[in-house]
Design a protein around this ligand. Structure first.
Ligand code: SF4
Ligand code: SF4
Length: 93
């Protein structure tokens, strides 16, 4: 029997930095120019969420896969890896 994605993600652990490694360059672009808002559904960790009148970035659960970086049609995500020692640790447990 194969494990579900949710179960596999549960094996990840995070060393969360106080400082976000992901940033929307211009939040207005998200609301006014981005019709499909693909970041809301391509991120496997649901980092990007629509909250009232803005897109929030819950960087703490980022898996560092880079999908949002290439998937944003407006190049509106300032993407970098977390600082050394921070971020996801895969396949823990
Ligand atoms: S895909 Fe890019 S421009 Fe569109 S909502 Fe997400 S971050 Fe904003
Ligand atoms: S790098 Fe991957 S996991 Fe992290 S926010 Fe972007 S799409 Fe989500």
């Amino acid at each position: 029997m194969s494990a579900k994605v949710e179960d596999k993600l549960f094996l990840n652990r995070f060393n969360v930095d106080d400082e976000s490694h992901l940033r929307l360059i211009d939040p207005d672009v998200c609301m006014k120019k981005c019709d499909d808002q693909p970041c809301l559904y391509i991120c496997p960790a649901n980092v990007y969420k629509m909250e009232k009148d803005r897109v929030s970035v819950n960087y703490e659960g980022c898996l560092e896969c880079g999908s949002c970086r290439v998937g944003c049609p407006h190049f509106n995500i300032d993407w970098r890896f977390p600082r050394g020692g921070y971020g996801v640790r895969h396949k823990f447990g």
